[in-house]
Design a protein around this ligand. Structure first.
Ligand SMILES: [Zn+2]
Ligand SMILES: [Zn+2]
Length: 368
């Protein structure tokens, strides 16, 4: 079938919206009609050429939500009409990591996905007979996509799909880092560095985990206001004095849990230093630049701080994304206030501009 999609032709250049061919779903695959797709930093990171594993041409986009159009004959868990959230982190349920309760690092299709192929080592996308590679196994800056069944989470049909899109990446990453990676205990103190969509997700997660104090740190007063709306009890403009301030505010010790959601290694170091002596846990969620390293004084570890990290917040996508969407429907999460701009597919580059200008929290492409 013919589809319209936003193609990364060349690094550092605007995406080009054009017509492509999309093949029928093969064994274990599903054809999805996209209804909405968020524009995430990882798309921009790859488009800019900074991502060492990036390749072009390809169809970007990974924060998608849509409706199942057709399934291959051997697909049992999804049917036409199902509402789905796309997962760049699949959940096969059978691999050594899926069987463990400790991680979401499914290894079932990792190698082919990283190279831009579907699990059978081919692509469904093509142009003039030439195959075009997929991106993150999702390629959701497109009217339709073909994805593996194990990379689609079926969500409640009651949930508006525009609001489901951020659960495909940024929002679920922040909430998951708190609930599933750190396992925040009720009554604890959390500090969140960075209040973009991921950081606000962490603030929301800390509230859902019944943290007693939720400290939010950001350079922007507007974002701190947003953090307060979502549950932050204390806010602070970012700066070199922020670690000392958090220690003072917590009886000289530091926060029980800290979360880094900016991707700056300088801020990561602050998140480690602001974690409490004896049992503080610092969770790294932001993606650092190529080749950057995190400096930690070993004394901070010997005195009981721990450092961890997660991709997609440790969320087991097929199991837990539907649960998070249900919590939104139950009124526990305010998704609407996170969607700042609605764009058409043709405006996709505008989504990148808004992100670079830090204008709003999340731009969402809404398909006609
Ligand atoms: Zn993302
Ligand atoms: Zn797996």
């Amino acid at each position: 079938m013919k589809i319209r999609a936003a193609v990364l032709e060349e690094f550092g250049q605007p995406l080009v919206v054009q017509e492509l061919d999309l093949g029928e779903p093969r064994s274990g695959e599903v054809l999805v009609r996209l209804v909405a797709c968020g524009v995430c930093h990882t798309d921009l990171y790859t488009a800019s050429g900074v991502d060492p594993s990036g390749y072009a041409p390809c169809v970007l986009g990974h924060e998608g939500a849509g409706i199942v159009e057709r399934v291959a004959g051997d697909v049992a868990s999804l049917a036409p009409g199902d509402h789905v959230v796309t997962l760049f982190a699949p959940e096969c349920g059978e691999c050594v990591h899926c069987r463990s309760g400790r991680t979401n690092r499914c290894v079932a299709i990792r190698d082919q996905q990283g190279l831009g192929y579907l699990p059978d080592g081919t692509t469904r996308l093509s142009r003039g007979g030439e195959p075009m590679r997929h991106f993150m196994g999702t390629s959701t800056f497109a009217e339709y996509t073909v994805m593996p069944e194990i990379a689609l989470a079926r969500v409640s049909p009651e949930a508006p799909l525009e609001g489901c899109a951020p659960f495909a990446c940024g929002l679920a990453t922040g909430i998951g880092a708190v609930l599933y990676t750190a396992g925040v205990q009720p009554g604890s103190t959390c500090a969140v560095f960075g209040c973009g969509l991921v950081g606000l997700g962490a603030v929301i997660g800390a509230r859902l985990a019944e943290a007693d104090r939720i400290i939010a740190v950001d350079l922007s007063e507007r974002r701190l206001e947003s953090a307060r709306h979502h549950g932050a009890t204390d806010t602070r403009i970012a700066g070199d004095d922020v670690v000392d301030w958090i220690r003072e505010e917590t009886g000289g010790f530091g926060a029980d849990y800290t979360f880094e959601a900016t991707g700056s290694v300088h801020v990561m170091r602050q998140a480690v230093e602001a974690a409490r002596e004896a049992w503080g846990l610092a969770t790294m969620v932001g993606v650092a630049g190529k080749g950057e390293t995190l400096d930690i004084l070993p004394r901070l570890l010997i005195t009981g701080r721990r450092v961890t990290g997660a991709s997609f917040g440790g969320v087991k996508g097929r199991t837990q994304v539907p649960q998070l969407v249900d919590r939104w429907l139950a009124g526990e999460i305010d998704v609407d206030s996170l969607l700042s701009h609605r764009l058409t597919l043709d405006d996709v580059n505008r989504g990148f501009e808004l992100m670079e200008a830090q204008d709003g929290i999340r731009s969402v492409i809404v398909f006609e």
